[in-house]
Design a binder for this molecule. Structure first.
Ligand SMILES: O=C(O)C1=C[C@@H](OP(=O)(O)O)[C@@H](O)[C@H](O)C1
Ligand SMILES: C=C(OP(=O)(O)O)C(=O)O
Length: 432
């Protein structure tokens, strides 16, 4: 177990290059592995979750090379994977588990997936149900609805699935299984979740359509696929990682930060809307689109923030940023209400609980609710002993809180940042 000590600072200044986007890095390895030819990935996130995805595909016979500036994935084609040796280790990664289950549903071999204690307690019924409807043979080995999951060969039919949750992992599992189906597969979700799978499937040559309905629901449909074709992918910086430094730039007096090459795909950028709704002055520069994904440099300076309401359609576009938004809300004037975010309970930890426990330890006024939290800002934060519970987003959010709190903050089990941002602690140190 490692502990990091954070003290109040007189400002963070400089340029930050956040690591590659986690969601896009996973998908690039997965689609590269089941495509024909070589996929070259630059700015790949070398975090534990994405390395778990690489490990799984290597175990199924895919050659994946680490070059100094890129990753080369020598794809096997849609049906060229081979049976893994032993269990596929998905570590702490929900994205690996749920997306790979869609791919494994279409293979002609049996596989078993298992992860760490946190992963093996997260709900998998949400993918087991639609994949079984498609004819896949997916079972929760101990009958709990969680991993370990066993996936046996099945005949995959196209279906239409009405997903009860706006979850990119559920949508992606169904679409990836749909590549192997005998007819079109479509998924409708209550509001649009991150669309990286759809964008990347299109660029790899799948016939995929995406439709927004007038009532806010969204449908993605994929045709049965003969083969995908390897691509060159430049991964933008992860907006979920950038969010920590945007929050620091806004809440730590004397800061000025330029965060370079941040992915700003609108299905992920709700955090920027919230910053603006809280009164922040952030500037987007050098806006471009590469590898189908929007990106920009983001300039941040401290601002007087005020409370806001975060709900509805906005939630899926910032779900992983809610812990750091809660920290910003505690530093803001007035009340912030977060609702429609019950999904927080089934992440690496129950993030309603872990945010509440740790913000209270720092002297903030927060009331948890069934689907979110209410935070009354304006009460000076004080340093505290923070338990990350091995949740990377909790460790990083409370490190940012510690930078403007009175007294020392200790972040326990700080090594968990390796999941999505291995260089997080170094970056903070270098900006002082
Ligand atoms: O598809 C993805 O890459 C992700 C989707 C989200 O999960 P859900 O699909 O469960 O909402 C998010 O919380 C996770 O960090 C990454
Ligand atoms: C929830 C997260 O990831 P995953 O679901 O892939 O474990 C996250 O990174 O915050």
């Amino acid at each position: 177990m490692s502990v990091k000590y954070i003290s109040k600072t007189s400002g963070l200044r400089g340029t930050v290059n956040v690591p590659g986007d986690k969601s896009i890095s996973h998908r690039a390895v997965m689609l590269g592995s089941i495509a024909l030819g070589t996929t070259e990935i630059t700015n790949f996130l070398e975090g534990a979750d994405c390395l778990a995805t690489i490990g799984c595909f290597r175990n199924m016979g895919v050659e994946i090379e680490h070059k100094p500036k890129s990753i080369l994935v020598h794809g096997k084609g849609l049906r060229g994977l081979h049976a893994p040796e032993g269990i596929l280790d998905v570590g702490n990664s929900g994205t690996t588990t749920r997306l790979i289950s869609g791919i494994l549903s279409g293979q002609n071999f049996t596989s078993v997936l298992s992860g760490d204690e946190s992963l093996n307690s997260r709900p998998m019924g949400r993918i087991i149900t639609p994949l079984r409807n498609m004819g896949a043979t997916v079972t929760s080995v101990d009958g709990s609805g969680c991993a370990p999951l066993k996936i046996e060969p099945g005949y995959i039919h196209g279906i239409h699935y009405e997903s009860p949750v706006a979850s990119a992992q559920v949508k992606s599992a169904v679409l990836l299984a749909g590549l192997y189906a005998d007819s079109e597969t479509s998924v409708t979700e209550p509001t649009l979740s991150r669309n990286h799978t759809e964008l990347m499937l299109q660029s790899f040559g799948a016939a995929l359509t995406a439709t927004m309905h007038p009532d806010g629901r969204a449908t993605a449909a994929v045709a049965p696929c003969r083969e995908l074709y390897g691509q060159q992918i430049d991964v933008p910086g992860d907006i979920s990682s950038a969010a920590y430094f945007i929050a620091a730039g806004l809440t730590v007096p004397g800061s000025e930060l330029l965060i370079k090459n941040v992915g700003t795909n609108f299905t992920r950028a709700g955090f920027l809307n919230v910053c603006q709704n809280m009164g922040a002055d952030i500037t987007l520069e050098n806006e471009t689109i590469q590898s189908g994904e929007a990106r920009a440099d983001i300039l941040v300076k401290p601002d007087r923030l005020h409370g806001t309401v975060i709900e509805g359609d906005l939630i899926p576009s910032l779900i992983d940023e809610i812990p750091v938004i809660a920290v910003m809300a505690a530093c803001a004037e007035g009340t912030t209400v977060i609702r429609d975010a019950a999904e927080l309970k089934v992440k690496e930890t129950d993030r309603i609980q872990t945010v509440t426990e740790n913000l209270r330890a720092m002297g903030a006024h927060i009331a948890p609710t069934e689907d979110g939290m209410v935070i009354e800002g304006g009460h000076m934060l004080k340093g505290a002993s923070i338990e990350s519970h091995m949740d990377h987003r909790i460790a990083m959010s409370f490190a940012i809180a510690g930078l403007s709190a009175e007294g020392e903050t200790q972040i326990h089990n700080s090594q968990c940042v390796d999941v999505s941002y291995p260089t997080f602690w170094e970056t903070i140190e270098n900006l002082h």
